[in-house]
Design a protein around this ligand. Structure first.
Ligand SMILES: O=C(O)[C@H](O)COP(=O)(O)O
Ligand SMILES: [Mn+2]
Ligand SMILES: [Mn+2]
Length: 522
């Protein structure tokens, strides 16, 4: 790729016709798992998706949506929207943020790069602030990476460190914040023994403090700013452990939505506001929920909320969160290789009209419009890609009943799209980006539900390790088109070549192999 003989013109597929409308439908958080009461997809009334599974076995299969199949460090890593859509759109498996950071920490390269050199200039006279998600979910951040960064930064000269924590409960079980804070406080105490002044300075739940996305609600970022930068919050505690334990006692409280708090000294003074001359690292590797804070920290001109005080700081992201905006301009870990020739860009070059209703991850972190009901009106375009978020968004609340309702709604939406495809003689590809709603309970190694200390099952708000279904069909699909039998380990990255074939093109040669073949005789 990239050589001068590269051509954007795709070869015609020998057997599949061009010019059909192809709808790529991504059911968010829709995995395949054993049927039981915690499988909301199984419990919900989902006739459309059921008919695909039961109706045409040669046009329905499972694909991997987690772990190394989507560029994550190990097969113990659950899938997520970023990595799932990235594989779906890129057609190849790229090392994702979690892996890039692991490698940079293992090799020590993280301390040799421009980003670290930049923040290091503040170590002599200023404080190093680390802001991010306290979690081992591996979706936005990982606790072991924070631990290594704390150790490494102190060994490389940081003398005063303040950590601003965001509690999770979305990618990990609710209540796990307490254990993470305990471990972090132990680590910081060990650093203090080595004459590094290291403390937790502020905190709050990720969905209420800092980690908003898509500029949905700037108040979320402002609450974080007030606590982290100004050292002001409605709740003040002497220790973060006390903060998290106390705040969790309020009725309905959970890790995702803990209110903002600051840690104060014996005189009631915040222990770690962000001041002129300080350095900041946002240690999340995933971009979407860090971009807004990055803007607030980096932009001189900023009108989204009143920052009150805008300190002169040196700021680096763990990665660069927005390649187009070059935001932030300093970062600790080099970005992934340029993801080019994604399905979006390549199909556009074949002069096709595409309507994107999915995420920016699909096109290698470019920008796509939001999901909306424009699907129906636009189905006459050559390709429609839509992400149906229901199962995932509601699955993250941990509310089993509500998730069942959400799965039913997603199934109805699929039916609507199928009806439209039927009218235009098109083709559909239905798949999912990762699991979630199909298993809402935490399990032991034997697969049995785990109970908490009160004997209740531990609800799982996170994604899963489960494979996801993929189905093809529609009146425009060539009669002999079916899934190949030889690709047992196939994953989401194989979908891209499949989609190109369904548009009547051969996929690019470096794409993961297509899932389909066309039988001559039926
Ligand atoms: O950011 C979130 O909402 C979760 O941590 C991950 O969910 P997503 O990968 O589906 O966005
Ligand atoms: Mn998703
Ligand atoms: Mn999700």
């Amino acid at each position: 790729m990239g050589s001068s003989d590269f051509s954007w013109k795709l070869k015609d597929h020998p057997k599949l016709a061009k010019g059909k409308t192809v709808a790529v439908v991504v059911l968010d958080g829709w995995g395949e798992a054993n049927p039981n009461q915690y499988n909301c997809i199984h419990v919900a009334d989902t006739p459309t998706m059921d008919s695909l599974k039961n109706g045409a076995p040669e046009r329905w299969r499972l694909v991997k949506a987690h772990g190394t199949a989507v560029g994550l460090p190990s097969d113990d890593d659950m899938g997520n929207s970023e990595v799932g859509h990235n594989a779906l759109g890129a057609g190849r498996i790229y090392a994702q943020g979690a892996k890039l950071v692991d490698t940079a920490l293992e090799t020590g390269k993280i301390y040799e790069g421009e980003g670290f050199e930049y923040i290091k200039q503040s170590f002599e006279d200023g404080t190093l602030h680390l802001i991010g998600l306290l979690s081992d979910g591996g979706v936005h951040s990982r606790f072991d990476q924070l631990q290594l960064l704390l150790k490494g930064a102190s060994e490389h000269g940081a003398k005063r460190i303040r950590v601003h924590i965001l509690t999770d409960g979305r990618d990990v079980v609710d209540g796990s914040s307490v254990g993470f804070v305990e471990s972090l406080e132990n680590d910081l105490a060990k650093l203090c023994e080595k004459d590094v002044d290291a403390k937790i300075a502020s905190g709050g739940g990720r969905m209420y403090v800092t980690m908003d996305r898509y500029e949905n609600d700037w108040d979320v970022v402002k609450r974080g700013w007030d606590a982290q930068v100004l050292g002001e919050a409605p709740h003040k505690f002497k220790s973060a452990l006390e903060a998290v334990k106390k705040l969790r006692e309020s009725p309905g409280a959970n890790d995702q939505f803990l209110p903002p708090f600051v840690i104060v000294d014996d005189n009631g003074k915040a222990v770690g506001p962000i001041l002129d001359g300080d350095a900041i690292v946002t240690f999340n590797f995933r971009a979407d929920r860090m971009v807004m804070l990055a803007k607030a920290l980096e932009y001189d001109k900023f009108d989204k909320f009143d920052r009150v005080r805008y300190p002169k700081i040196r700021y680096a992201g763990m990665l660069q969160y927005d390649g187009e905006l070059k935001l932030p301009s300093h970062y600790l870990v080099s970005p992934p290789e340029n993801i080019w020739c994604t399905t979006v860009s390549v199909l556009c070059m074949q002069a096709m009209k595409l309507l994107n209703l999915v995420t920016s991850h699909f096109s290698g972190m470019g920008t796509d419009p939001d999901v909306s009901t424009r699907i129906w009106k636009n189905i006459l375009k050559s390709q429609v890609r839509v992400n149906l978020p229901n199962g995932d968004m509601v699955g993250h609340t941990g509310d089993v009943q509500a998730t069942i309702v959400a799965c039913k709604a997603a199934d109805e939406a699929v039916k609507m799209i199928f009806d439209a495809i039927e009218q235009v003689g098109g083709i559909y590809v239905v798949t999912a980006d990762h699991g979630n709603a199909e298993d809402m309970v935490k399990r032991n190694k034997k697969g049995e539900p785990l109970l908490d200390k009160d004997g209740n099952v531990q609800i799982l708000t996170s994604h899963t390790l489960q494979p996801v279904p993929i189905a093809i069909g529609g009146p425009g699909l060539a009669p002999g088109a079916r899934f190949r039998q030889d690709l047992f380990g196939a994953g989401l990255a194989n979908v891209a070549a499949t989609v190109m074939n369904l548009h009547g093109f051969e996929a690019l040669s470096d794409y993961e192999p297509t899932l389909i073949e066309v039988a001559d005789k039926q």
